[in-house]
Design a protein around this ligand. Structure first.
Ligand SMILES: Cc1cc2nc3c(=O)[nH]c(=O)nc-3n(C[C@H](O)[C@H](O)[C@H](O)COP(=O)(O)O)c2cc1C
Length: 180
């Protein structure tokens, strides 16, 4: 469809039962038919960032990430916090984009979710620093830190907290608006 917005959704967790991946899928479930999401599944396959490999015909997995970002109108990131920071796999992916620039002016919503009361605030802040450095368009209304995620999303990945659901709908609206 001509009016369809393409969003690349990236979870910062490789864990099979990740709450962030489940949250990301729940958000996709809340979205309107005008938004088409692609879940990026290659995070764990990217090589460790090495500028020596960052050539025109660099690693094919990196080319794949760059292509998917290029094709997307916007990006949704849902991430946990590890060791008070951004998960290494997610930072690694962003490091591959510093030189190639696919995040430039790309509307980006950033959600961190954690079972702790802090909602992954340090990973959230650090991630924003990196995204700003690569000139992503950070959407103010698309920023969210979610504490106690395990109390708000059940084991089946269904949202059980109506306040969180309303906020997520606002994130989706802001992301859609920024992409149009
Ligand atoms: C090694 C390790 C370090 C962690 N560090 C943090 C942390 O700094 N802050 C935090 O909020 N949660 C931390 N956690 C808890 C994660 O938020 C929790 O495991 C969460 O479920 C991971 O996200 P996921 O469910 O999407 O995989 C840590 C967990 C592990 C295993």
């Amino acid at each position: 469809m001509e009016n369809t917005i393409q969003i690349l959704a990236i979870s910062g967790s490789l864990r099979e039962k990740s709450s962030n991946t489940a949250l990301m899928k729940a958000i996709i479930g809340l979205s309107s038919a005008d938004i088409q999401f692609t879940i990026y599944g290659g995070l764990g396959d990217l090589p460790h960032f090495n500028p020596d490999l960052d050539l025109d015909d660099g690693p094919s997995s990196v080319q794949g990430l760059r292509q998917q970002l290029k094709e997307a109108h916007g990006v949704l990131i849902c991430t946990p916090e590890y060791g008070n920071g951004v998960p290494g796999v997610l930072k690694n992916a962003l490091d591959w984009i510093v030189s190639s620039g696919e995040f430039m002016n790309k509307p980006t919503a950033v959600i961190s979710a954690s079972p702790t009361p802090m909602g992954g605030d340090k990973a959230h802040a650090s991630l924003l620093l990196t995204l700003k450095m690569i000139n992503a368009e950070i959407i103010e209304e698309g920023l969210m830190m979610i504490p106690h995620i395990t109390l708000k999303l059940n084991k089946e990945g269904v949202i059980t907290d109506s306040e969180m659901e309303q906020r997520l709908l606002a994130v989706l609206r802001a992301l859609e608006q920024a992409c149009r």
